[in-house]
Design a protein around this ligand. Structure first.
Ligand code: NAD
Length: 699
């Protein structure tokens, strides 16, 4: 069957590695190898546990301790500190306090009382599910192949047909104390079963050794995969293809147009980041005959819809007669209709004590022939939401090939989405950083000031596109910043600011990678020095091309994207003290920098009505980190002042009024100020960061 990978999962258990490990280390090992394959479990989904004898720090006695994956984190990368540890005898004693299913949520409040060894990792809602399975090693995974069975109308019969009595089946039940008791009962009544499929949810497996538990998990999933392959044969998925997918370049061009518009329509108080996916699994689904009916059923596994919302928004589009303008024009009504639907769902399902309605916008947008856009408050969540919807597509493909796919009943979905315990988690989230959800493009991003600026904006939570012509420096900057701030946050785009076509495609790339743009830092530049008689036309034009025309071209594209989004915008030009103060032997550079500054003023005027602010930072003598100051320019300047190049920094420091050196980070700080809400009431302004230079006073 396509989609669910035909090849089986490999057994990754390595006795030679596992033998020297402590029990907790073996639990980490088991979790990591399980999580390393997304066919075993989705990102952050599922959990693992071991019941381990430990020395009690209070009594010195040996006690049984449940090590279970705590709240948050992902099995693939989890370490020892990702596990909660709880006294098993105390967990068992909780049964005496249990007042029944109507009160199961209160049991979560008791879990911290069972903490072993002051472990600060919070125990998750799934803790009782692991605690009450009377076996020492337990895996709970969300494999697509198993959920395809779990989300089928005939899920129970399919489970029996595939696994006989080896793997049992339990009807849908929200995770919690009651489900823990159900699992315990099942195990006691079926001592030979190796696991159980939970309807609409996932898989529990167990064993008497970690290896046995792991191997049961892998072999159970492999049996499901093999069964699907056999049953579905060559049958075409999702009722067959309805439309031909567009060519890759056309798809991306449409994504570049649509994503900023969608982003603008769904970014309320907090801005959203976008992610685009046109993988073959997605294209097959969005181009199929059953797209609409299946999408309307919603996702099934709670993990899936907590990330994707219960339903996606399907965009009306016929790739055979592609009228993108009509789609763009219709997006406002389509997003409003989705919000109205969501509000109606909230009204239908809410309880008297339900939390207030949350953001009613869709997370997942499906477009026939084009692919899937996902939006969230940060890039990683947008990407992961897309991955989850691909899991849901795989599940729908499997379930509808062998049975009828069923989403979770609406009320159950609502009860999970608006679970008070989930709400409590949301309330505990840290305050977002000042530029969270913002997208910045920094030209000359591989240079000294550009890189420092990117780092400053990334520190505040922005996603940054580094644009530069220097490919090697771009790769280095991208590598370093990606490592420091996370790969989701940084993208390199090679373009020359003087080339119209390259600039246009660079901004389109930005729109596809992140969904739009909020901040343009126009900073690419050079320095040149020559007396007027020796200033060649080529040198003059180079300054004008990069510093005036280049700034115009990138600003124009940014304004177009701001215009599509309609949520304001922010431009910061990195000009120079020399744009205000004349310098000897640098007419071309000074004049181009002056043009830059005046362009900023004009754009501030033009952009104000649309809440687009345009400001300027004027650096001076930033020697450290700057490539400008490594070549000829440094030598020419040193020669002009009759100094050795080594003494130049000190010369500039002494020349400044404050007698201080200026660093790339100082320029970056001023850029951040102008790019942030701290300067919300400023436009058309100039900040000099030059350690004081009376010649460049602005008034
Ligand atoms: P830098 O040379 O380290 O960085 C400039 C970057 O711009 C380089 O990575 C370069 O590859 C890139 N670039 C050049 N031409 C380009 C083009 N056509 N398209 C795309 N990218 C291009 O220099 P820096 O000191 O970081 O300078 C950044 C800005 O600050 C420049 O505009 C410069 O004029 C201005 N400035 C610098 C100083 C200083 O003392 N360093 C002083 C005043 C103004």
């Amino acid at each position: 069957m396509s989609g669910i990978a035909p090849s089986r999962l490999a057994n990754l258990w390595d006795d030679a590695r596992a033998v020297g490990m402590t029990e907790p280390e073996r639990l980490v090992y088991r979790s990591n190898i399980l999580g390393s394959d997304k066919r075993v479990t989705n990102y952050g989904g599922g959990n693992t546990s071991s019941k381990i004898m430990e020395r009690d720090p209070l009594t010195g006695e040996q006690v049984e301790v449940l090590w279970v994956k705590g709240s948050g984190g992902d099995s693939a990368s989890i370490g020892l500190d990702g596990f909660a540890t709880l006294y098993m005898d105390k967990l068992r004693a909780l049964k005496g306090l249990y007042r029944g299913v109507g009160h199961e949520d209160e049991m979560v409040g008791y879990l911290p009382h069972a903490t072993f060894n002051l472990n600060p990792r919070a125990a998750s809602i799934d803790t009782p599910l692991h605690a009450f399975v009377p076996r020492p090693y337990v895996d709970h995974m969300h494999p697509d192949a198993i959920i395809a069975i779990a989300a089928s109308k005939h899920s129970r019969a399919l489970t029996q047909a595939i696994f006989g009595d080896e793997i049992g089946w339990l009807p849908w039940k929200r995770p919690g104390f009651e489900l823990g008791l159900w699992l315990e009962k099942f195990c006691l009544e079926n001592p030979d079963a190796g696991g159980v499929i939970l309807e609409s949810h996932g898989l529990f497996t167990w064993g008497d050794t970690p290896k046995q538990c792991y191997e049961t998990t892998i072999s159970t999933i492999n049996r499901a995969i093999a069964w699907f392959e056999e049953k579905s044969g060559d049958r075409s998925a999702f009722g067959g293809q309805a439309v031909d997918p567009l060519a890759p370049a056309e798809r991306r061009a449409i994504a570049a147009r649509l994503m900023p518009r969608i982003r603008g329509l769904i970014s309320g108080e907090r801005k959203k980041l976008g992610h685009y996916d046109d993988s073959s699994a997605v294209l097959e689904f969005v181009s199929s005959k059953d797209l609409r009916p299946l999408a309307a059923l919603g996702t099934s596994c709670p993990d899936h819809f907590l990330r994707t919302k219960i339903r996606p928004l399907v965009i009306d589009f016929d790739p055979a007669n592609p009228d993108v303008d009509a789609v763009v024009a219709g997006l406002e009504a389509a997003t409003a209709a989705y919000r109205a639907d969501y509000a109606a769902y909230y009204q239908r399902c809410k309880h008297p004590d339900s939390p207030a309605i949350r953001d009613a916008n869709a997370v997942v947008y499906l477009m026939p022939g084009v692919g899937m856009f996902t939006f969230a408050l940060d890039k990683a969540t947008a990407r992961i939401s897309g991955e989850f919807y691909v899991n849901a597509i795989n599940v729908m493909r499997g379930a509808s090939a062998v049975s009828t796919y069923r989403g979770l009943p609406e009320q159950e979905a609502f009860d999970i989405e608006y679970w008070l315990l989930e709400e409590a988690k949301l309330q505990c989230l840290p305050k977002p950083r000042s530029l969270a959800g913002h997208i910045a493009l920094v030209t000359g991003g591989a240079g000294g000031i550009g890189r420092a600026t990117a780092a400053r904006l990334l520190t505040e939570g922005a996603c940054v596109v580094l644009a530069d012509i220097d490919e090697a420096a771009l790769a280095a900057a991208n590598g370093e910043l990606g490592k420091r701030f996370g790969k989701d946050f940084v993208r390199p785009v090679k373009f020359d600011v003087t080339k119209e076509g390259e600039v246009i495609s660079g901004f389109a790339e930005t729109a596809v990678e992140f969904g739009g743009i909020d901040i343009l830092v126009s900073n690419a530049g050079l320095a040149s020095s020559a007396p007027i008689e020796e200033t060649s036309l080529e040198l003059w034009n180079r300054n004008m091309d990069i510093l005036a025309t280049g700034y115009f071209l990138v600003s124009r594209e940014a304004f177009k994207l701001f215009g599509a989004q309609k949520i304001g915008g922010n431009v910061v030009f990195v000009a120079s003290k020399n744009g205000l103060a004349a310098s000897p032997n640098a007419a071309a550079y000074c004049t181009a920098k002056a043009a830059e500054i005046h362009l900023a003023r004009c754009l501030a005027l033009e952009g104000a009505e649309a809440q687009i602010r345009v400001n300027v930072v004027n650096p001076d003598a930033v020697l450290r980190g700057s490539k400008i100051w490594t070549g000829e320019w440094k030598e020419q300047r040193a020669a002009a002042y009759k100094l050795s190049t080594d003494n130049l920094e000190e010369h500039y420091r002494q020349r400044s009024m404050l007698k201080r050196s200026v660093f790339p980070e100082d320029i970056a700080e001023a850029i951040y100020f102008l790019a942030s809400e701290m300067s919300a009431k400023s436009t058309g302004n100039i900040i000099n960061v030059d350690a004081g230079n009376a010649q460049s006073f602005t008034r």
